[in-house]
Design a protein. Sequence first.
Lengths: 201, 191
Amino acid sequence: MSVWKEFSKGIAKSNPVFRLMLGLCPVLAVSNSVENAIGMGSAATFVLLGSNSVISIIRKLVPEKIRIPIFITIIATFVTIVELTMAAFAPALHKSLGIFIPLIVVNCIILGRAEAFASKNSLFLSILDGLGMGIGFTLALITIATFREILGNGSWLGITVFCQNFQPALLMILAPGAFLTIGFLMGFFNWIENRKNNLRG
Amino acid sequence: MKEIIKFGFILMLVTLIGAGSLSWVNNITKPRILEQEKKALDLSLSIVLSGTENGIIIPVDNRDQSVYYEGYRDKDKKEFIGYALPVVATGYSSKIRAVVGFDSTGRILAINVLSQKETPGLGTKCEEIRKGESTPWFQAQFAGMDAATIAVDKDGGTIESITGATITSRAITDAVRDSVTNFLNRIRKRN
């Protein structure tokens, strides 16, 4: 695959949320506002870049049979180091992103990309993959959060969108709203994909 | 058999390197993290005991190894403003640490949430500052209220709970009420 394709696949064609269906737990939890979506997406992208890089560098040294526990140890260590460093040297950033960092350890996207790509490809391509997947994850989060925040809170990025009399649907910022939004969006993207394939014949 | 030993050894090596680097980073960051926490606490104390800008806030050892604070308007400790008490509430998904300032009659001066890890977008609204305002609206409600009788609206009180975050709201409210009431009872018994 071309260099550009390795990067861009994570954004649309192989979007980790809508196509690969990875990392859905944190997506459900953190997509209730666009501000949270951006925070979580940024933190996850940063961790993804780091973990993809490290695993790609050591890929030839890891015996295949025990690769999963080794990947998990590396990822968990890396995430904890990021959290400690943030807490010590960037307290303001830690206050806003801090809650997302522990959630990233259990994000399947990190382990998924480590296993499916970083352990089998060069450092350069792994970095591109990490960036693309991270951006795709962030965009998916922002899309879902846009629906949930506008309908469930009457705002976008904290800015009130509707007039005073708008009664937000509380359902949208709670868990059921997340399932509904993701379901509809996934159906929509699948429909577009089917149409594209049918047109191609 | 040989493979198992080899794998065991490699895994041990990986976890050794992981634990080692974590320990190293922890040592480097620990003093700075403690410094940040102290800065946050000092800021919090000055918020809940306003009027002490030119005075002094002194820590007092509670007999049960905890600390509370007394705030004075002047450095000579002549004009007593009130107490500040660190409070820990069991929230929905984390321990919520806060500080509450109150006078000797149990009237709350202000509360300030120090740290929490509640659900983003719901419980975290306890620290949300609305556009045009300067204090988190949820915490601002406590100012001026009598600590012994506060409760969230769902429990018949007047504290407006956060939509979709009843547990967080109730945890903070109840913790403030109970901590202040118990503290004042102990102080009165001593005197």
